[in-house]
Each structure stands twice: as C-alpha cells, then as structure tokens.
Design a protein around this ligand. Sequence first.
Ligand code: C2E
Ligand code: MG
Ligand code: MG
Ligand code: MG
Length: 278
Amino acid sequence: ESKTKGGNCWTKYQTEFSTVSESKLSLEHDLRKAIENQDLVVYYQPKYNLNNSVITGAEALLRWNHPDHGFISPGVFIPIAEETKLIVPLERDVILKVCKQLAQWKKQKIELDRVSINLSIESIFQEDFIDYILKILKKYDIKGSALEFEITERIVMRNEEYVNSTLQKMRNLGIEISIDDFGTGYSSLSYLHKLHVDVLKIDQSFISNIAMNKAIISAVLSMAKSLDLKVIAEGVETKEQLEMLQLLGCEVAQGFYFSRPVPTDQFEELMQPGLAVS
Ligand code: C2E
Ligand code: MG
Ligand code: MG
Ligand code: MG
C-alpha cells in the first residue's frame, strides 16, 4: 500500500543532492529517461455510484517507479514535468496507455462508463492535441465517450476563451470534461454556465472536513443540478463522510474509503462482480 503513496521518496531523493536545483535537474534527467524506459505506470482509482455501489468509472493516476528511489508521487514530478514541458509527451503517454488498457478491458468484458485523465494546460495548448487524441482513439478502436479529461479550475479560469473552444472540440468527440479540485480556485461561480464542462469534482479538502462544509457541498450540488452538471466527491476516507454525502444527495464518489489508486491487476479484481462496497 505504501508503494502507491511514495510520499517520503522525495525527501529521501532531495537529501542525496546538495541543493534543490541540483536534485531538480537530476529529476528532470531521470524523468526523461523514465518516459523512454516506460518506468511510468498508470494506476486506477475507482469511482462509485453511491446509489448502487457499482464502479462506474476510474481516474487514471500516474506513478513513477524509479529504479533507485522507488515510487515517486505525481505531486513531485508533475510540477517538474510542467516546468520542463516534459508534461506533453508524458501526458500523451498516459492517454495512449489508458486507451490501450480500455481496449484490453473491452476484450476481457470489463466494462466501465469512463476513465478520466488529468490534463495540464501545456497539453491543451498543443495545436495537434485533438489530432493526437483522434489518432489514439482510432488506433485502439475506442470511442471518445469512454474518456473524460480532468482540468483544474485555475487552468480554465486563466485561459477561458482558448480553453473553452478546445474543450468544446473534445466534447464533440464524446469526451466529458470535469473540473478537478473544484472549489479551491479563486473563481467566481458566475462563469460556470459559460464553460463547456460536464462534471464538477468537489475537492477533497471539503470532504475531509465535511461537517463544517455541509452548506457549501449542498450549494454546489443544487447549483450543479440547475446547470445540468454532474458532481463527484473526491477524497472520501470515512463511512461518516460517505453517509453525509448520501444524505446531501451526492451520487458519485471516489476515495480511500472505497479504494486507493491501484495497478491494473488489482483494479480488475475490484471489477469482479460481487465485490461491490456497500
Ligand atoms: P488529483 O487529480 O486531484 O487526484 C486525486 C489525488 O488524491 C490523487 O493523488 C489520489 O491518489 C488522491 N486521493 C484519492 N483518494 C483520496 C483520499 O481518500 N484521501 C486522500 N488523502 N487522497 C486521496 P496522486 O495520485 O498523488 O496525484 C496527485 C495529483 O497529481 C493529482 O491530483 C493530479 O493533479 C496530478 N496527476 C496525477 N497523474 C497525473 C497525470 O497523468 N497528468 C497530470 N497533469 N497530473 C496528474
Ligand atoms: Mg484528478
Ligand atoms: Mg482532484
Ligand atoms: Mg488534487
């Protein structure tokens, strides 16, 4: 289980170098190699329909299995990948891996509504991004409706027009768009109806202190309903949080209470009928 976290690895990593910039440089170098060597692995965290406890989808989350340092958390390497633009090939690799996996699962009769992939602004700004997606969908014979892209509130807010038109192109392919970490940005709510998005992901910080945030969550749920948006709660860790979400009328959730992000073989086990969490 600790493998999926990799939280301490960075500290270990850092102490081996004299300065932060030196370790960053080395990390960048290693990351480049990791992409080539296929040391990046996609884990999947299930999303549950709270009405019937069925897994409806999954979020693809990247893990770096470093040859010397073990599992390094995306919280560490994604920012470096973003700074160095390595994020573009890296995210394309995630999209490819997910589509390949979906094709494999289809053969195994493992059915999911959707798998979501986190996207950074750099990827969205690539002119050939849509072409790349089309190419991969075709290669693995996957429908756009099998995918969802998660984009943070900040990205959308800062680049409204450009991002919005790109999002619409993705939605025309059947891909759903969700706003990740919803509620943590500086955004006003008034822009929401203008955005071409489908899902709000309530940030885990609201869930971890759910008693205090009941009114906010409730407001988000009713606003989403009137704007015809879906809602998912992320970071559900306890039964109390789950029960409160059900009480408030939230229908989909993900979090450690149900499952951590897991490698594909473990995800397949979760998908076996009869193992639904109640
Ligand atoms: P995120 O997209 O908001 O993903 C949710 C994070 O919360 C994941 O951390 C997940 O493991 C963690 N999480 C899920 N359930 C729980 C819970 O019940 N409690 C707690 N405390 N945490 C929970 P992870 O995998 O370390 O990823 C961190 C962030 O790194 C992600 O946040 C996402 O922004 C980014 N990331 C991961 N993979 C990719 C990727 O392929 N591309 C990009 N651009 N970003 C990625
Ligand atoms: Mg996400
Ligand atoms: Mg999130
Ligand atoms: Mg997050």
